[in-house]
Design a protein around this ligand. Structure first.
Ligand code: M6R
Length: 364
C-alpha cells in the first residue's frame, strides 16, 4: 500500500527518518555512549584489513564505508563489485574480514563472492535488509539494516539504512582500535541520533527539486561530481537517475574532470556538484569553476555556508542542512533520490518498475 503516495519510491524516500530512527535505536545504547552489535560481535582489534563487496547501490554504500573505515578506524579497505570480485579470485591475507552489503540478501553475484570468501576470510559479515536471506544465513555475523520492505526497484531507504549501519560499525571499530576516545564516540553517536530530524528537514527541498527536475528532464546527458565520500554519492545520484528517468548520467571524482570528462561540458550537459562545506570544498569548487568557465550549467548541492561562498555563476543551488561532515553522505542521499524521482515523474516513466530492471537480481 502506497499510503497516499503516488509511487512506492516516494513513500520509501519519505519513510527514511522513521526507519533510520529504528536502526539507530537498535544499534546505539539509550544514553548514546556505545554501540551494541548482535552476538557473536566482532573483535576489531584483530582485523588487518577489510574487503567490502556488493552490487549497484549497495556497492556505493561500500564505497562510502571505505572512507569511514580508513579515515576513522585506520583499517585498510578494499571495495569491489561482486561480479568482478568473484571471478578475479583474489588472494586473501590472514586477518581479513569480508563484508557483504545487500538489500535483498539474494543477489547471485554477492552470494557467490561470499561463498568464495568462506574458509578464507577470518570472518564473514553481512549488512542486509532481509534477515532470513541466503546472504544473512551464510554469514558469521549478519547486521540487519531495519529499513522495512522496499518495493521500488530504485533503492532508497535501504541505502541510507545501509550507510547508517556501516557508520555505526566504523565508529565501533575506531573506538575499539583506540583511534577514537569515549567523548568523540559519544559525540558522533549523538550526531547520528539527530539524523532523522535533519533528514526530515532535508525532505523540505522537494518543491525546489521538482522545479529543477522539470528542466533536467530535457537533458540527454548529466554529469555528477563529488570528492571524498561525496564521490560515491555522485555515483548513487547518477545510477538512480539512469534507472528511472533513462537519462544518461555519469559520475566522476571531481579531480578526474580534467583528465577527460571536461571535454563533454557544454551548455546542454547539466553538471550536478555534491559538495558540503567540508575540508575538500575549495578543491571541488575550483573544479566547478572550470566547468562554468566552459559554459557548463552547474547545479550545486551544498549547505548554507557553501552556497554563500560559491554559488556565484551557478545555474541553481540546493541548500542542505548543516551536518557533521562524517555523516554528510547519508544526508546527501536525499537530494540524489529526489532529483531522480522528480525527473522521472516529469518524464512520465514507470518509476517503481523501470524497464529492463528487477528488484532482486538472483541470476548473474
Ligand atoms: O539486493 P541488493 O542490495 O544486493 O541489490 C543490489 C543491486 O541490484 C541494487 O542496489 C540495484 O542497483 C538497485 N536497483 C539500485 O537502485
Amino acid at each position: 500500500d502506497k499510503s497516499g503516495y503516488k509511487h512506492f519510491m516516494a513513500k520509501e524516500i519519505a519513510e527514511q527518518p522513521t526507519v533510520l530512527q529504528g536502526a539507530l535505536a537498535h544499534y546505539i545504547n539509550a544514553d548514546a555512549t556505545g554501540v551494541a552489535l548482535p552476538a557473536p560481535g566482532l573483535d576489531f582489534t584483530k582485523i588487518e584489513r577489510m574487503t567490502l563487496v556488493a552490487c549497484g547501490t549497495a556497492f556505493y554504500a561500500c564505497m562510502v564505508a571505505k572512507y569511514w573505515f580508513e579515515q576513522i578506524a585506520r583499517i585498510p579497505v578494499e571495495v569491489d563489485v561482486a561480479s568482478e570480485f568473484r571471478y578475479r579470485e583474489p588472494p586473501v591475507t590472514p586477518g581479513t574480514v569480508a563484508l557483504f552489503v545487500s538489500q535483498s540478501g539474494e543477489t547471485a553475484d554477492t552470494l557467490a563472492a561470499l561463498r568464495y570468501m568462506q574458509g578464507k576470510a577470518s570472518k564473514i559479515v553481512s549488512v542486509v535488509n532481509v534477515p532470513e536471506s541466503s546472504i544473512a544465513r551464510e554469514s558469521d555475523l549478519a547486521l540487519p539494516i531495519l529499513a522495512g520492505t522496499e518495493i521500488g526497484v530504485a533503492s532508497t531507504k535501504a541505502f541510507t539504512c545501509q550507510l547508517t549501519t556501516l557508520a555505526i560499525l566504523a565508529l565501533n571499530a575506531a573506538h575499539a582500535r583506540g583511534q577514537m576516545d569515549d567523548a568523540t564516540l559519544a559525540k558522533h553517536l549523538a550526531d547520528l541520533r539527530s539524523l532523522p530530524g535533519i533528514l526530515n528537514l532535508a525532505l523540505g527541498i522537494e518543491d525546489k527539486v521538482s522545479s529543477i527536475a522539470a528542466e533536467l528532464s530535457e537533458a540527454r546527458d548529466i554529469l555528477f561530481l563529488g570528492r571524498g565520500a561525496m564521490y560515491p554519492l555522485a555515483h548513487e545520484g547518477a545510477l538512480k537517475l539512469k534507472e528511472i528517468s533513462y537519462i544518461h548520467a555519469e559520475a566522476y571524482a571531481s579531480g578526474e574532470l580534467k583528465h577527460g570528462p571536461i571535454a563533454l561540458v557544454d551548455p546542454h550537459v547539466p553538471v550536478i556538484v555534491m559538495a558540503p562545506r567540508d575540508a575538500l570544498f575549495d578543491k571541488t569548487v575550483s573544479n566547478m569553476q572550470e566547468v562554468m568557465a566552459r559554459g557548463g550549467k552547474v547545479l550545486l548541492i551544498t549547505d548554507q555556508k557553501g552556497a554563500t561562498e560559491a554559488s556565484e555563476g551557478v545555474w541553481n543551488t540546493i541548500i542542505m542542512p548543516e551536518i557533521d561532515p562524517l555523516l554528510a553522505p547519508i544526508l546527501y542521499a536525499v537530494p540524489a533520490q529526489l532529483l531522480a524521482y522528480h525527473t522521472a515523474v516529469a518524464k512520465g516513466t514507470d518509476v517503481d518498475q523501470p524497464r529492463n530492471l528487477a528488484k532482486s537480481v538472483t541470476v548473474e
